[in-house]
Design a protein around this ligand. Structure first.
Ligand code: HEC
Ligand code: HEC
Ligand code: HEC
Length: 151
């Protein structure tokens, strides 16, 4: 073998050995237990506390706690925006109604996360220019968040 090829070959072998050496330290032990991911992550994800209860737990088949709000919302343009999107995770409140959820975020900026005009948004999604729309009042001053055309 040509000497320069030999040197290149030795370097390649060293790089591969180095790679396997470092890899054996940094790849977590449970990697590959079930597939191309850490086996431990299954248990870790399972143990994350559940924070959300889902819109159906506010009213529906099993209870009528927020019957009026729910029946207004369920036919509104906001029916795809779940209660907890605005009211925050409320599982604790559903389990024990003495635990009150945080008040809903009613700032202009919050509604604006979805509704302020952005060039990248689909043109047919309802958007407003925050500079000119609503006279700097809170959106809920005019719009009912549970049925946005209930002005
Ligand atoms: C788009 C955001 C949004 C969604 C979705 C939403 N809410 Fe609200 N909710 C608010 C805001 C903001 C207020 C405060 C109202 C105000 O200041 O007039 C509020 C107030 C309330 C109140 C307090 C009483 C009242 O009517 O003022 C209840 C109860 C409530 N929401 C329940 C629900 C339930 C149940 C759902 C789902 C069926 C829901 N909300 C969905 C934003 C929302
Ligand atoms: C998570 C995203 C999201 C948030 C937050 C949100 N909305 Fe909406 N909004 C929507 C969607 C989705 C629709 C329905 C769009 C459609 O049907 O094409 C909608 C529809 C509307 C409409 C009806 C527009 C029309 O032409 O009928 C108004 C008004 C509105 N929202 C106001 C608000 C206000 C006020 C808030 C804050 C309290 C708010 N939205 C917060 C997603 C959001
Ligand atoms: C002073 C009352 C008032 C306030 C405050 C207000 N709106 Fe409106 N909004 C209206 C009226 C009236 C219309 C219908 C006429 C129009 O399109 O301007 C409307 C229309 C809309 C539409 C539909 C636009 C479309 O092209 O379909 C959206 C979305 C909306 N508002 C979101 C918001 C958001 C988000 C806020 C808070 C940042 C807000 N509004 C604050 C009165 C208000």
């Amino acid at each position: 073998m040509q000497p320069h090829l030999k040197r290149a070959f030795i370097i390649l072998v060293l790089v591969i050995i180095g790679f396997l050496f470092v890899r054996s330290f940094i790849v977590p032990e449970s990697f590959g237990q079930y597939g191309w991911y850490r086996g431990d992550s299954v248990a870790e994800l399972r143990d994350i506390p559940v924070g959300y209860a889902g819109s159906a737990s506010c009213s529906g088949i099993n209870n009528e706690c927020h019957k009026t709000t729910y029946s207004i919302w369920v036919d509104s343009r906001h029916k795809t925006v779940n209660c907890e999107t605005c009211h925050g995770p409320s599982e604790k409140h559903v389990i024990d109604t003495r635990v009150m959820p945080e008040p809903a975020n009613d700032t202009r900026e919050f509604c604006g996360l979805c509704h302020f005009k952005r060039a990248a948004r689909p043109a047919d999604f309802p958007q407003i220019d925050p500079e000119t729309h609503g006279e700097n009042l809170k959106c809920a001053y005019c719009h009912n968040p549970h049925k946005p055309w209930f002005l």
